[in-house]
Design a protein around this ligand. Structure first.
Ligand code: BEZ
Length: 211
């Protein structure tokens, strides 16, 4: 059955260009962004993997480890990474799973045969430190992902976990948040000393708590 939000993600051990990776050990007490791409030495993927490397300070700030996957070999990944580093002016320092036997791809439903025969599409999984699946998005092979959006979702998830606020449409860092429905307005006024604006009894806004 397909993975659903809130599920405990399945563990695996698979080869990478940095040696074998066990997901649970790799994640330990971090968040993990696991993302697949169709194949090595392809143009869109080259830009994506470079961008993920360039965003290293942003991942670190949020306690996130990144883990890529494609169905090519570790040797192929090593050669391709040299190209990514050269063309994208960065250093890919994170593992790319070498899922040649498609074990992880099949476990996580990353192969969509009607879209792309026998290769992985662009799946993204955000996994929290408790190994729960918190987001999954699937992009077509021809569309490079927006990793700023992945970071934005991680910010939102961490705000919810740490402060019991949600984030409204198109929310960006520093903007007002939404008080979660389970907190009554009186309790919210105590919990959020920066103030609570009650637009409607079910729609309460508060300044971002950790700013
Ligand atoms: C790419 O990464 O550039 C790509 C891969 C498969 C289909 C289309 C584009």
């Amino acid at each position: 059955m397909a993975l659903q939000l809130g599920d405990t993600v399945p563990d695996f051990t698979q080869e990478s260009q940095l040696g074998p990776i066990n997901l649970y050990d790799f994640g330990a007490d971090h968040w993990v962004v696991l993302f697949s791409h169709p194949a090595d030495y392809t143009p869109v993927c080259t830009t994506e993997l470079g961008e993920v490397a360039k965003l290293r300070p942003e991942w670190d700030k949020r306690n996130v480890k990144t883990l890529a996957l494609s169905v090519d070999s570790a040797e192929s990944h090593q050669g391709w990474i040299a190209d990514i580093n050269d063309t994208q002016k960065t250093t890919v320092d994170y593992p790319i799973l070498a899922d040649s036997d498609r074990r992880v791809s099949e476990l996580y439903g990353m192969i969509h045969p009607n879209a792309l025969n026998n290769l992985t599409v662009r799946s993204v999984f955000i996994i929290d430190p408790n190994k729960k699946l918190r987001l999954q998005i699937t992009y077509p092979a021809s569309t490079g992902r927006n990793f700023a959006e992945i970071l934005r979702v991680i910010d939102s998830l961490q705000l919810t976990d740490n402060y019991q606020v949600a984030t409204p449409v198109n929310w960006k860092e520093g903007e007002d948040c939404v008080v979660v429905p389970s907190i009554p307005t009186d309790a919210a006024r105590e919990k959020f000393p920066k103030g609570v604006t009650e637009v409607r009894p079910y729609l309460r806004l508060t300044p971002q708590p950790n700013k």
